[in-house]
Design a protein around this ligand. Structure first.
Ligand SMILES: Cc1ncc(COP(=O)(O)O)c(C=O)c1O
Length: 373
Protein backbone atom coordinates (compact mmCIF):
# COMPACT_ATOMS: atom_id res chain seq x y z
CA UNK A 1 0.00 0.00 0.00
CA UNK A 2 1.41 3.39 -1.00
CA UNK A 3 0.23 5.38 2.02
CA UNK A 4 -0.20 3.15 5.12
CA UNK A 5 -0.77 6.11 7.43
CA UNK A 6 -3.28 7.58 5.02
CA UNK A 7 -5.10 4.25 4.79
CA UNK A 8 -5.37 4.07 8.57
CA UNK A 9 -6.64 7.66 8.71
CA UNK A 10 -9.16 6.71 6.08
CA UNK A 11 -10.58 3.92 8.28
CA UNK A 12 -10.72 6.27 11.25
CA UNK A 13 -12.41 8.83 9.05
CA UNK A 14 -15.17 6.42 8.11
CA UNK A 15 -15.74 5.67 11.80
CA UNK A 16 -15.66 9.29 12.84
CA UNK A 17 -17.77 10.68 10.02
CA UNK A 18 -20.68 8.34 10.56
CA UNK A 19 -21.70 10.25 13.69
CA UNK A 20 -24.84 12.41 13.45
CA UNK A 21 -24.30 15.69 11.59
CA UNK A 22 -23.80 18.65 13.88
CA UNK A 23 -26.09 21.66 13.76
CA UNK A 24 -25.07 25.25 14.41
CA UNK A 25 -21.80 27.07 13.70
CA UNK A 26 -18.74 26.10 15.74
CA UNK A 27 -18.10 29.83 16.02
CA UNK A 28 -21.17 30.30 18.22
CA UNK A 29 -20.46 27.17 20.27
CA UNK A 30 -16.92 28.42 20.99
CA UNK A 31 -17.97 32.06 21.57
CA UNK A 32 -21.62 32.13 22.69
CA UNK A 33 -21.48 35.92 22.94
CA UNK A 34 -21.55 36.05 19.12
CA UNK A 35 -24.82 34.14 18.79
CA UNK A 36 -27.10 37.14 19.34
CA UNK A 37 -24.86 39.62 17.57
CA UNK A 38 -24.05 37.97 14.25
CA UNK A 39 -27.10 37.10 12.12
CA UNK A 40 -26.92 33.60 10.65
CA UNK A 41 -29.32 31.31 8.82
CA UNK A 42 -28.77 27.54 8.35
CA UNK A 43 -28.11 26.37 4.77
CA UNK A 44 -25.15 23.99 5.02
CA UNK A 45 -25.01 20.28 5.85
CA UNK A 46 -22.04 20.47 8.17
CA UNK A 47 -19.47 19.10 8.47
CA UNK A 48 -18.71 18.37 4.82
CA UNK A 49 -16.66 15.15 4.54
CA UNK A 50 -12.90 14.99 4.16
CA UNK A 51 -11.66 12.08 2.04
CA UNK A 52 -8.37 10.65 0.90
CA UNK A 53 -8.36 10.61 -2.92
CA UNK A 54 -6.73 7.20 -3.16
CA UNK A 55 -6.71 6.69 -6.92
CA UNK A 56 -5.79 10.31 -7.64
CA UNK A 57 -2.96 10.13 -5.06
CA UNK A 58 -1.61 6.92 -6.56
CA UNK A 59 -1.55 8.43 -10.05
CA UNK A 60 0.14 11.60 -8.81
CA UNK A 61 2.54 9.93 -6.34
CA UNK A 62 1.48 12.30 -3.56
CA UNK A 63 -1.02 12.10 -0.70
CA UNK A 64 -3.98 14.28 -1.64
CA UNK A 65 -7.18 14.77 0.33
CA UNK A 66 -10.37 16.55 -0.62
CA UNK A 67 -12.87 18.47 1.52
CA UNK A 68 -16.20 17.92 -0.16
CA UNK A 69 -17.73 21.39 -0.04
CA UNK A 70 -19.33 20.48 -3.36
CA UNK A 71 -21.83 18.65 -1.11
CA UNK A 72 -22.43 21.63 1.19
CA UNK A 73 -26.13 22.04 0.46
CA UNK A 74 -28.75 19.83 -1.26
CA UNK A 75 -30.23 22.70 -3.34
CA UNK A 76 -26.94 24.11 -4.59
CA UNK A 77 -23.56 23.17 -3.09
CA UNK A 78 -20.03 24.49 -3.46
CA UNK A 79 -18.50 27.38 -1.55
CA UNK A 80 -21.38 29.85 -1.84
CA UNK A 81 -23.90 28.46 0.68
CA UNK A 82 -21.44 28.95 3.54
CA UNK A 83 -21.10 32.65 2.69
CA UNK A 84 -24.83 33.03 2.17
CA UNK A 85 -25.57 31.70 5.66
CA UNK A 86 -24.22 35.04 6.91
CA UNK A 87 -25.15 37.28 3.96
CA UNK A 88 -28.80 36.28 3.63
CA UNK A 89 -29.15 36.55 7.41
CA UNK A 90 -27.75 40.12 7.24
CA UNK A 91 -30.26 40.99 4.54
CA UNK A 92 -33.17 39.62 6.60
CA UNK A 93 -31.85 41.28 9.76
CA UNK A 94 -31.87 44.63 7.94
CA UNK A 95 -35.44 44.06 6.80
CA UNK A 96 -34.55 43.74 3.10
CA UNK A 97 -36.82 41.89 0.69
CA UNK A 98 -34.66 41.88 -2.41
CA UNK A 99 -31.04 41.17 -3.28
CA UNK A 100 -28.78 42.59 -5.97
CA UNK A 101 -25.49 40.98 -6.91
CA UNK A 102 -22.96 41.07 -9.72
CA UNK A 103 -20.83 38.61 -11.71
CA UNK A 104 -19.87 37.18 -15.09
CA UNK A 105 -22.66 35.56 -17.08
CA UNK A 106 -21.64 32.18 -15.65
CA UNK A 107 -21.41 33.34 -12.03
CA UNK A 108 -21.86 30.43 -9.61
CA UNK A 109 -22.22 32.93 -6.81
CA UNK A 110 -25.11 34.54 -8.68
CA UNK A 111 -26.75 31.16 -9.16
CA UNK A 112 -26.38 30.22 -5.50
CA UNK A 113 -27.83 33.60 -4.49
CA UNK A 114 -30.78 33.09 -6.82
CA UNK A 115 -31.53 29.52 -5.71
CA UNK A 116 -31.01 29.98 -1.98
CA UNK A 117 -32.22 33.59 -1.85
CA UNK A 118 -35.48 32.72 -3.66
CA UNK A 119 -36.06 29.84 -1.22
CA UNK A 120 -35.96 32.41 1.58
CA UNK A 121 -38.44 34.67 -0.20
CA UNK A 122 -36.06 37.30 -1.63
CA UNK A 123 -36.36 38.72 -5.14
CA UNK A 124 -32.96 38.53 -6.82
CA UNK A 125 -31.42 40.79 -9.48
CA UNK A 126 -28.20 39.79 -11.27
CA UNK A 127 -25.98 42.40 -12.94
CA UNK A 128 -24.05 40.33 -15.46
CA UNK A 129 -21.16 40.93 -17.86
CA UNK A 130 -19.80 38.75 -20.67
CA UNK A 131 -17.15 36.07 -20.16
CA UNK A 132 -15.99 33.18 -22.39
CA UNK A 133 -19.04 31.04 -23.13
CA UNK A 134 -18.96 27.35 -22.19
CA UNK A 135 -21.53 24.64 -21.51
CA UNK A 136 -21.29 25.50 -17.80
CA UNK A 137 -21.98 29.20 -18.50
CA UNK A 138 -25.00 28.36 -20.69
CA UNK A 139 -26.39 26.04 -18.04
CA UNK A 140 -26.11 28.76 -15.40
CA UNK A 141 -27.86 31.29 -17.68
CA UNK A 142 -30.77 28.89 -18.10
CA UNK A 143 -30.89 28.27 -14.36
CA UNK A 144 -31.04 31.97 -13.41
CA UNK A 145 -34.11 32.17 -15.59
CA UNK A 146 -35.58 28.92 -14.23
CA UNK A 147 -35.33 30.38 -10.71
CA UNK A 148 -36.92 33.70 -11.70
CA UNK A 149 -33.92 35.97 -11.37
CA UNK A 150 -34.11 39.40 -12.93
CA UNK A 151 -31.17 39.29 -15.38
CA UNK A 152 -29.51 42.49 -16.60
CA UNK A 153 -26.71 42.28 -19.16
CA UNK A 154 -24.15 45.09 -18.81
CA UNK A 155 -21.64 46.06 -21.50
CA UNK A 156 -18.55 45.26 -19.47
CA UNK A 157 -17.35 44.55 -15.94
CA UNK A 158 -16.88 48.31 -15.46
CA UNK A 159 -20.42 49.07 -16.53
CA UNK A 160 -21.81 46.37 -14.24
CA UNK A 161 -19.70 47.61 -11.36
CA UNK A 162 -20.89 51.18 -11.89
CA UNK A 163 -24.52 50.05 -11.87
CA UNK A 164 -23.85 48.00 -8.75
CA UNK A 165 -22.14 50.83 -6.90
CA UNK A 166 -24.33 53.76 -7.99
CA UNK A 167 -27.31 53.40 -10.25
CA UNK A 168 -29.00 50.39 -8.69
CA UNK A 169 -28.48 51.73 -5.15
CA UNK A 170 -30.35 54.88 -6.09
CA UNK A 171 -33.06 52.93 -7.87
CA UNK A 172 -33.48 50.24 -5.19
CA UNK A 173 -33.05 51.71 -1.71
CA UNK A 174 -34.80 48.70 -0.19
CA UNK A 175 -32.43 46.10 -1.66
CA UNK A 176 -29.50 44.36 0.00
CA UNK A 177 -26.35 44.50 -2.15
CA UNK A 178 -24.11 41.44 -2.12
CA UNK A 179 -20.63 42.01 -3.60
CA UNK A 180 -19.17 39.85 -6.36
CA UNK A 181 -18.52 36.33 -5.12
CA UNK A 182 -20.24 37.15 -1.81
CA UNK A 183 -16.84 38.32 -0.60
CA UNK A 184 -16.82 40.82 2.23
CA UNK A 185 -16.26 40.41 5.94
CA UNK A 186 -19.70 38.81 6.40
CA UNK A 187 -19.28 36.35 3.55
CA UNK A 188 -15.77 35.50 4.76
CA UNK A 189 -17.28 34.40 8.08
CA UNK A 190 -18.80 31.46 6.20
CA UNK A 191 -15.30 30.23 5.39
CA UNK A 192 -13.94 31.15 8.78
CA UNK A 193 -16.55 28.72 10.05
CA UNK A 194 -15.34 26.15 7.47
CA UNK A 195 -11.78 26.64 8.74
CA UNK A 196 -12.92 25.85 12.28
CA UNK A 197 -14.74 22.80 10.95
CA UNK A 198 -11.63 21.58 9.12
CA UNK A 199 -9.49 22.20 12.22
CA UNK A 200 -11.89 20.00 14.21
CA UNK A 201 -11.66 17.29 11.55
CA UNK A 202 -7.86 17.34 11.82
CA UNK A 203 -8.01 17.26 15.62
CA UNK A 204 -10.44 14.33 15.45
CA UNK A 205 -7.93 12.49 13.18
CA UNK A 206 -10.34 12.38 10.26
CA UNK A 207 -7.41 13.58 8.17
CA UNK A 208 -3.78 14.57 8.79
CA UNK A 209 -2.89 18.26 9.12
CA UNK A 210 -2.35 19.32 5.49
CA UNK A 211 0.93 20.94 4.48
CA UNK A 212 -1.06 23.14 2.12
CA UNK A 213 -4.70 23.67 1.14
CA UNK A 214 -5.44 24.57 -2.50
CA UNK A 215 -8.45 26.79 -3.13
CA UNK A 216 -9.61 28.87 -6.11
CA UNK A 217 -9.14 32.60 -5.49
CA UNK A 218 -11.75 34.60 -7.40
CA UNK A 219 -12.82 37.38 -5.05
CA UNK A 220 -10.79 35.98 -2.11
CA UNK A 221 -13.57 35.60 0.49
CA UNK A 222 -13.12 31.83 0.55
CA UNK A 223 -9.35 31.80 1.09
CA UNK A 224 -9.53 34.72 3.54
CA UNK A 225 -12.16 33.08 5.73
CA UNK A 226 -10.53 29.66 5.53
CA UNK A 227 -7.11 30.95 6.59
CA UNK A 228 -8.69 32.92 9.45
CA UNK A 229 -10.68 29.90 10.64
CA UNK A 230 -7.68 27.55 10.51
CA UNK A 231 -5.67 30.12 12.48
CA UNK A 232 -8.42 30.46 15.07
CA UNK A 233 -8.81 26.68 15.18
CA UNK A 234 -5.09 26.24 15.89
CA UNK A 235 -4.08 24.39 12.70
CA UNK A 236 -0.94 25.92 11.19
CA UNK A 237 -0.91 25.27 7.47
CA UNK A 238 -0.63 27.26 4.26
CA UNK A 239 -3.69 28.26 2.28
CA UNK A 240 -2.77 28.57 -1.41
CA UNK A 241 -5.26 30.71 -3.28
CA UNK A 242 -5.01 29.94 -6.98
CA UNK A 243 -5.61 33.15 -8.92
CA UNK A 244 -8.48 32.74 -11.41
CA UNK A 245 -9.52 36.40 -11.82
CA UNK A 246 -7.51 39.55 -12.69
CA UNK A 247 -4.93 40.58 -10.09
CA UNK A 248 -7.08 43.49 -8.87
CA UNK A 249 -9.63 40.92 -7.60
CA UNK A 250 -7.30 38.13 -6.48
CA UNK A 251 -4.21 39.24 -4.61
CA UNK A 252 -2.54 38.59 -1.30
CA UNK A 253 -3.02 42.04 0.23
CA UNK A 254 -6.76 41.90 -0.37
CA UNK A 255 -7.04 38.36 0.98
CA UNK A 256 -5.01 39.10 4.11
CA UNK A 257 -7.01 42.29 4.69
CA UNK A 258 -10.30 40.40 4.48
CA UNK A 259 -9.05 37.58 6.74
CA UNK A 260 -7.91 39.96 9.44
CA UNK A 261 -11.01 42.15 9.11
CA UNK A 262 -13.18 39.10 9.72
CA UNK A 263 -11.17 38.22 12.84
CA UNK A 264 -11.35 41.83 14.06
CA UNK A 265 -15.11 41.88 13.46
CA UNK A 266 -15.54 38.86 15.69
CA UNK A 267 -13.33 40.30 18.43
CA UNK A 268 -15.30 43.54 18.39
CA UNK A 269 -18.45 41.56 19.09
CA UNK A 270 -16.98 39.15 21.64
CA UNK A 271 -13.72 39.69 23.54
CA UNK A 272 -13.37 35.96 24.15
CA UNK A 273 -12.24 35.61 20.50
CA UNK A 274 -8.42 35.29 20.67
CA UNK A 275 -6.33 38.15 19.33
CA UNK A 276 -4.73 36.28 16.42
CA UNK A 277 -4.07 37.27 12.84
CA UNK A 278 -3.19 35.61 9.55
CA UNK A 279 0.27 36.38 8.16
CA UNK A 280 1.72 36.37 4.65
CA UNK A 281 3.27 32.89 5.06
CA UNK A 282 -0.12 31.37 5.90
CA UNK A 283 -2.05 32.78 2.94
CA UNK A 284 -0.30 32.90 -0.41
CA UNK A 285 -1.46 33.37 -4.00
CA UNK A 286 -0.41 31.13 -6.90
CA UNK A 287 -0.36 33.38 -9.98
CA UNK A 288 1.04 30.75 -12.37
CA UNK A 289 -2.18 29.01 -13.40
CA UNK A 290 -4.36 31.93 -14.44
CA UNK A 291 -3.65 31.53 -18.16
CA UNK A 292 -4.92 34.14 -20.56
CA UNK A 293 -7.84 35.41 -18.48
CA UNK A 294 -10.93 34.85 -16.38
CA UNK A 295 -12.86 31.86 -17.69
CA UNK A 296 -10.26 31.02 -20.36
CA UNK A 297 -9.38 27.32 -20.32
CA UNK A 298 -5.78 26.21 -19.80
CA UNK A 299 -4.14 22.98 -20.97
CA UNK A 300 -2.96 22.14 -17.43
CA UNK A 301 -6.50 22.77 -16.15
CA UNK A 302 -7.98 20.45 -18.77
CA UNK A 303 -5.51 17.69 -17.82
CA UNK A 304 -6.26 18.07 -14.11
CA UNK A 305 -9.99 18.02 -14.85
CA UNK A 306 -9.63 14.76 -16.81
CA UNK A 307 -7.51 13.15 -14.12
CA UNK A 308 -10.04 14.06 -11.42
CA UNK A 309 -12.97 12.73 -13.45
CA UNK A 310 -11.12 9.49 -14.28
CA UNK A 311 -9.83 8.74 -10.79
CA UNK A 312 -12.41 10.19 -8.39
CA UNK A 313 -15.46 10.98 -10.50
CA UNK A 314 -15.56 14.57 -9.19
CA UNK A 315 -16.52 17.09 -11.88
CA UNK A 316 -14.59 20.34 -12.33
CA UNK A 317 -15.05 23.34 -14.65
CA UNK A 318 -12.52 25.53 -16.44
CA UNK A 319 -13.00 28.87 -14.68
CA UNK A 320 -12.18 28.02 -11.06
CA UNK A 321 -11.65 24.43 -10.11
CA UNK A 322 -9.62 23.01 -13.03
CA UNK A 323 -6.96 25.73 -12.62
CA UNK A 324 -6.88 25.12 -8.87
CA UNK A 325 -6.31 21.41 -9.18
CA UNK A 326 -3.69 22.05 -11.88
CA UNK A 327 -1.80 24.20 -9.34
CA UNK A 328 -1.96 21.38 -6.79
CA UNK A 329 -0.70 18.83 -9.34
CA UNK A 330 2.25 21.03 -10.32
CA UNK A 331 3.07 21.70 -6.68
CA UNK A 332 3.06 17.96 -5.86
CA UNK A 333 5.38 17.28 -8.81
CA UNK A 334 7.77 20.13 -7.95
CA UNK A 335 7.98 19.25 -4.24
CA UNK A 336 7.69 15.47 -3.99
CA UNK A 337 7.23 14.02 -0.51
CA UNK A 338 6.30 17.37 1.03
CA UNK A 339 3.33 15.89 2.89
CA UNK A 340 -0.44 15.68 2.58
CA UNK A 341 -2.13 18.26 0.40
CA UNK A 342 -5.79 19.21 0.57
CA UNK A 343 -8.00 20.28 -2.32
CA UNK A 344 -11.09 22.26 -1.30
CA UNK A 345 -13.85 21.21 -3.68
CA UNK A 346 -15.79 24.43 -4.22
CA UNK A 347 -17.95 23.61 -7.26
CA UNK A 348 -21.50 22.46 -6.53
CA UNK A 349 -22.06 18.81 -7.45
CA UNK A 350 -25.85 19.07 -7.27
CA UNK A 351 -27.11 17.95 -10.68
CA UNK A 352 -29.35 20.68 -12.08
CA UNK A 353 -29.09 19.59 -15.72
CA UNK A 354 -32.78 18.63 -15.93
CA UNK A 355 -33.93 22.01 -14.57
CA UNK A 356 -31.65 23.75 -17.06
CA UNK A 357 -32.80 21.64 -20.00
CA UNK A 358 -36.40 22.61 -19.27
CA UNK A 359 -35.57 26.24 -20.17
CA UNK A 360 -35.76 27.24 -23.82
CA UNK A 361 -33.00 29.83 -24.38
CA UNK A 362 -35.47 31.82 -26.52
CA UNK A 363 -37.37 32.54 -23.30
CA UNK A 364 -34.38 34.29 -21.75
CA UNK A 365 -34.27 38.11 -21.91
CA UNK A 366 -33.32 39.03 -25.46
CA UNK A 367 -29.73 40.34 -24.78
CA UNK A 368 -28.73 36.90 -23.44
CA UNK A 369 -29.84 34.95 -26.48
CA UNK A 370 -26.63 35.65 -28.37
CA UNK A 371 -24.76 33.39 -25.93
CA UNK A 372 -26.64 30.41 -27.36
CA UNK A 373 -25.77 31.03 -31.00
C1 LIG B 1 -16.67 27.04 -8.06
C2 LIG B 1 -16.00 28.20 -7.42
N1 LIG B 1 -14.87 27.99 -6.72
C3 LIG B 1 -14.21 29.01 -6.13
C4 LIG B 1 -14.66 30.31 -6.25
C5 LIG B 1 -13.83 31.40 -5.65
O1 LIG B 1 -14.32 31.89 -4.45
P1 LIG B 1 -13.97 33.36 -4.02
O2 LIG B 1 -14.72 34.27 -4.95
O3 LIG B 1 -14.42 33.45 -2.62
O4 LIG B 1 -12.50 33.56 -4.14
C6 LIG B 1 -15.84 30.58 -6.94
C7 LIG B 1 -16.35 31.97 -7.04
O5 LIG B 1 -17.32 32.26 -7.67
C8 LIG B 1 -16.53 29.50 -7.54
O6 LIG B 1 -17.66 29.70 -8.26
Amino acid sequence: MLYPRAALMCKMRVMNQTTAPDTGPRLFAAHPGLRDKIPWTPLVNRPTPVQLMERFSRRLGAEVWVKRDDLSCPHYGGNKPRKLEFLLAQAAHRGKKSLVTIGGIGTNHGLATVILGRRQGFKVTLLLFAQPVSGHVRQNLRLYHAHQAEMILCKSFRAADWRYRWLERLKRPGAYFIPAGGSNQWGALGYLEAGLELADQVKASQMPAPRAVFVAAGTCGTIAGLAAGLRLGGVRTRVVGVQVTPPQAANQALALGMANQALALLRRHDHSVPDVSVNAAELVIDTQHYGSGYGAATAAGSRAMELMAETEGIGLEQTYTAKTLAALVDHARDQPGEGPLLYLSTLSSVDLATDAAAVDPRDLPQPFQRFFK
